[in-house]
Design a protein around this ligand. Structure first.
Ligand SMILES: [Zn+2]
Length: 267
């Protein structure tokens, strides 16, 4: 019977995951522009072609249309299908890793992944982290305090406080040293609520992942910008994509990575 419920959970996570992924595309495009996510229906930004239901089937429609608008043959960004697939995979991962230990935490992980995807792409597009996503992740964080099957409630509370304090100090130090704002206020709030969501052990790991990956990618990007325009030091890059990637990796694999690391140094 337990196996039966687990199979049902996988099927639902896959189907709903890909459909919610489709909705996330609407959120990522419309929320920063102050548009309603419900009306009007989706249409081609170039020719205005109103998408029919059969143009709106996640991933499949994109493949059937060959990645082009049915009306004007304008190329559709592969990002839409990427977001749908990514959300489906993260929802399946939530079931695979957490369902049998805590159904509530599996749902928290799934919804948190979807919010991270929104923050990731909106920051790339607009260099902004919207408060509404931070607040929703914060609410999931409060639920996680009670239902995380791996780390205890005090780990989550310490994580929330530590996230806020460390990032506030880094931002303050950066401003004092360089006279410019290095980290946006949105990144600080995001880190604080993710500390609550993940607990301090996973938070530490995720900030390390974000810092290392950001350093590598940013060095490469500024070298490219330097070649093109002669100076790459003044370009502002979004940081939330690195943070959200770190949070997601730590949320799903944090305890495995941390235990592996501890077994190495304690052996
Ligand atoms: Zn079109």
């Amino acid at each position: 019977m337990d196996v039966y419920y687990l199979v049902v959970a996988y099927v639902f996570a896959g189907l709903f995951g890909i459909c919610i992924g489709s909705f996330l595309n609407v959120v990522i495009y419309r929320v920063p522009n102050g548009m309603s996510v419900a009306f009007p229906g989706s249409h081609c930004p170039k020719c205005g072609y109103q998408l029919k239901w059969y143009d709106n089937i996640p991933v499949l429609s994109y493949l059937m249309l060959g990645g082009k608008c049915r009306g004007c043959k304008e190329r559709i960004s592969p990002r839409y299908a990427t977001v749908e697939l990514a959300n489906m995979l993260l929802w399946l991962l939530s079931v695979a890793l957490f369902w049998e230990r805590s159904i509530v935490f599996a749902c928290v992980a799934a919804f948190a992944s979807s919010l991270m995807i929104c923050v990731f792409y909106i920051d790339i597009d607009h260099k902004l982290v919207f408060d509404r996503f931070v607040i929703m992740i914060g609410v999931l964080g409060i639920v996680a305090v009670f239902f995380d099957p791996i780390y205890s409630w005090h780990s989550h509370l310490i994580g929330g406080v530590a996230g806020f304090v460390t990032f506030y100090l880094i931002a303050w130090g950066f401003e004092k040293l360089r006279g410019v704002e290095g980290l946006g206020g949105g990144d600080i709030k995001l880190t604080a609520v993710c500390g609550l969501l993940l607990g301090w052990e996973r938070l530490l790991l995720s900030v390390m992942i974000a810092a290392v990956s950001a350093s590598i990618v940013l060095v490469i990007l500024s070298k490219i910008a330097e070649r093109k325009s002669g100076d790459g030091s003044n370009i502002e890059y979004p940081f939330a994509p690195f943070l959200t990637s770190g949070f997601a990796i730590a949320m799903f694999f944090g305890d495995a990575i941390i235990n592996w690391y501890l077994s190495l140094i304690l052996a």
